[in-house]
Design a protein around this ligand. Structure first.
Ligand code: 2PG
Ligand code: MG
Length: 437
C-alpha cells in the first residue's frame, strides 16, 4: 500500500487574481498529485465556508495564509501515512478534525484542495486517468453509474455579480443539441459565441468586455433582450434555435431577492417588489416564447414554497436546477426531492468541501431521478478536476463558463482529451441532449 508522505499547500491566484489554496501530496514511492480550490462570487448562504485571512495588508483581506497553514500543519499530520486511495477515510478525518458543520474552522478551501489532491495522487499511483479513478470511487456510491462525456451548458452573456450588475440575470447560456460528439458540440458553441459578438456589435452593444466567466457583458435594457441576441446569433451562425442549439438561464435570483418583503426586485420592474408567483409567471412566459431547456435558481435560496410552485408550473417541461438552493448538501437535496422543489441539482465541489460528500450529493440525485450538472465557479484556475468528475459520474452535464479565458478552456480542452482517450468522437459515450429526469 502506498502511503502519503508529505502534504504541502501554498497560496496561488485564481482567475480574478484572488488568492486560493493549492495542495501537493507526495507519497513515499515518489508519486504526487496537485489540486487547487476554486472560489465563487454568487455564493449561497448554505455553502461550506471559505477561510480568508481578513488582513487588509495582504491581498486586501482576501489572503488564504491561514488556510494554507492549516494544511501544512494540522491536515498534513492528520493524513500522513494514509493511503491516498482511501478517499472516504481521508475526507472523514478532515471533517472530524474541523469539527464544524460548515468547515469554517480549518476552511473548506483548505480541506477541499487536500481532498482533490488525494484523488489526483491515487490516480497517479494506479497509473490511470483521473476520471477512471473517480469513476471507481463513485461506483461504490452509485453502482449503476457509467462513464459519459458531459453535454456542456455554456455561458454566452454574463450579468449579475459576474459582470458588474449590467443585467439582473447572471448567466444566459446555450446547449448544443444532438451533436454526435463533444468535439463537434464544442465547435458549434464557438460558432455561436463568435456570431454573438458580431450580433452585439451590429446592435451597437459592447462585445469587447467579458464577464468573470468569459461571457459577453453588454448593458442591455432587459433580460429578455439578452435571450433575443442569442437567438439571433444562433440563426446568424446558420443553426436552428431549439433543434441545433437551445437556451439555459442561471437567474441567480437570491441576489435580487429581498428577504424583508419576501419579493424579487428586477430593474426592468423598476425594482418594484414582486412575489414568487409573479416571478414564476415571468419565467413561464420566457419558456413559452424561447427554446429554454433549463433554468437555474429561478427563485431564491430559502424560498422553498416558491420553488415548489415553480416546479409544479414548469418541472415537467424543463430542467429546474437548484444551485444556491441545494449548495451540494445532501440534506438540502433530500429535502428538495421530498418536497418536489426542483428536478435537478448543480454540483460544486467547494460548496460542500470534499470529494466524498460531492459523490454523496451526486448519488443522492441519481438515486431519485434528479438530474445533476457539475459546475465550475466564477473564480477558477487551470485545475481541470471537474472535467474528470463530470465524466466519471456520468451525470451528463457540465457548466464551465464561456469559451474564452484559459481557466475555462483548460476544462473544455481536458474534455477533448478525455473524449479522445475514450476512443475518440463517435466512440466515446457523449451526452447528446439534456438528460431526461
Ligand atoms: C453559479 C456560479 C457559476 P459563482 O452561480 O452557478 O456560474 O457562480 O461561482 O459565482 O457562484
Ligand atoms: Mg448558479
Amino acid at each position: 500500500m502506498a502511503r502519503i508522505a508529505t502534504t504541502h499547500a501554498r497560496e496561488v491566484l485564481d482567475s480574478r487574481g484572488r488568492p486560493t489554496v493549492e495542495v501537493e501530496i507526495r507519497t513515499a514511492c515518489g508519486k504526487s498529485g496537485r489540486a487547487i480550490a476554486p472560489s465563487g462570487a454568487s455564493t449561497g448562504k448554505h455553502e461550506a465556508v471559505e477561510r480568508r485571512d481578513g488582513d487588509r495588508h495582504w491581498y486586501a483581506g482576501l489572503g488564504v495564509r491561514g488556510a494554507v497553514e492549516a494544511v501544512n500543519t494540522l491536515l498534513s499530520a492528520l493524513i500522513s501515512g494514509m493511503d491516498p486511495d482511501d478517499q472516504v477515510a481521508i475526507d472523514n478525518a478532515m471533517i472530524a478534525a474541523d469539527g464544524t458543520p460548515n468547515k469554517g474552522r480549518l476552511g473548506a478551501n483548505a480541506i477541499l484542495a487536500v481532498s482533490m489532491a488525494a484523488a489526483v495522487t491515487a490516480a497517479e499511483l494506479q497509473e490511470v486517468e483521473l476520471y477512471e479513478h473517480l469513476h471507481q470511487l463513485y461506483l461504490q456510491k452509485n453502482p449503476r453509474a457509467r462513464i459519459i462525456v458531459p453535454l456542456p451548458m455554456v455561458n454566452m452573456i454574463s450579468g449579475g455579480l459576474h459582470a458588474g450588475g449590467n443585467l439582473d440575470f447572471q448567466d444566459f447560456l446555450i446547449y448544443p443539441e444532438g451533436c454526435v460528439s463533444y468535439r463537434e458540440a464544442l465547435e458549434r458553441i464557438v460558432r455561436v459565441y463568435n456570431s454573438l459578438g458580431r450580433v452585439l456589435g451590429k446592435h451597437g452593444e459592447t462585445h469587447a468586455l467579458v464577464g468573470d466567466e468569459g461571457g459577453y457583458g453588454p448593458s442591455l435594457p432587459t433580460n429578455e433582450t439578452a435571450i433575443e441576441r442569442i437567438m439571433e446569433a444562433i440563426e446568424v451562425a446558420g443553426l436552428k434555435p431549439g433543434d441545433d442549439v437551445s437556451i439555459a438561464l442561471d437567474v441567480a435570483s437570491s441576489h435580487f431577492y429581498d428577504a424583508d418583503t419576501n419579493s424579487y426586485r428586477l430593474r426592468e420592474w423598476h425594482k418594484a417588489p414582486r412575489h414568487a408567483e409573479e416571478m414564476i409567471v415571468f419565467l413561464a412566459g420566457l419558456v413559452e416564447k424561447y427554446p429554454i431547456r433549463s433554468i437555474e435558481d429561478g427563485l431564491a435560496e430559502d424560498d422553498w414554497s416558491g420553488w415548489r410552485s415553480l416546479n409544479a408550473a414548469l418541472g415537467r417541461k424543463i430542467q429546474l436546477v437548484g444551485d444556491d438552493l441545494f449548495t451540494t448538501q445532501v440534506g438540502r437535496i433530500e429535502k428538495g426531492i421530498r418536497e418536489q422543489s426542483a428536478n435537478a441539482v448543480l454540483i460544486k465541489l467547494n460548496q460542500v468541501g470534499t470529494v466524498s460528500e460531492t459523490f454523496d450529493a451526486l448519488a443522492m440525485a441519481a438515486g431519485h431521478g434528479f438530474r445533476a450538472v457539475v459546475s465550475a465557479r466564477s473564480g477558477e484556475t487551470e485545475d481541470t478536476f471537474i472535467a474528470d468528475l463530470a465524466t466519471a459520474s456520468g451525470c451528463g452535464q457540465i457548466k464551465i463558463g464561456s469559451v474564452a479565458r484559459s481557466e475555462r478552456l483548460a476544462k473544455y480542452n481536458r474534455l477533448l482529451r478525455i473524449e479522445d482517450h475514450l476512443g475518440g468522437p463517435g466512440v466515446a459515450l457523449f451526452q447528446r441532449r439534456v438528460p431526461a429526469g
